[in-house]
Design a protein around this ligand. Structure first.
Ligand code: FEO
Length: 135
């Protein structure tokens, strides 16, 4: 069973961003599935690389929109993104040095960060952009 099941409560009502969030959710679910099969460590390196790469794409989509439209929460929001990138970068570094002991720690960080960030921070910009005709 998927660790995170997408439902409408996650939607920010902007198609491109919802699709990107779904992709991030599916990456986390992939790690969870691999862990259940005892293969969490095997895919961890690849997953962390994919995660870093894809979050850069995703965060830049959001940040570009925010800047273009002078979103008032831009600075705070960008800081949250930066913290995430730095945390995932730390995991990646530890993994590469063979010091990442717990795949569970990574999984639980990814799950809670992403769901909290979407529900509490991303959802705030939905109505702001919708008012500007962006869906
Ligand atoms: Fe969807 Fe602000 O990350």
């Amino acid at each position: 069973m998927a660790l995170i099941t997408w439902n409408e409560s996650f939607s920010v009502n902007i198609r491109e961003i919802d699709e990107q969030h779904k992709k991030l959710v599916s990456m986390i679910n992939r790690l969870h599935d691999a862990m259940l099969e005892g293969k969490g460590k095997e895919i961890m390196g690849e997953l962390l690389n994919d995660m870093v790469e894809y979050t850069i794409t995703h965060f830049s989509t959001e940040e570009k929109l925010m800047k273009q439209h002078n979103y008032p929460g831009y600075v705070k929001h960008k800081a949250e993104h930066e913290l995430f990138v730095s945390k995932v970068g730390e995991f990646k570094e530890k993994y590469e040095k063979g010091q990442l002991a717990l795949t569970m720690e990574v999984l639980s960080f990814l799950k809670s960060w992403l769901t909290n960030h979407i529900l509490n921070s991303d959802k705030k910009y939905g109505p702001f952009f919708n008012n500007k005709g962006i869906y």
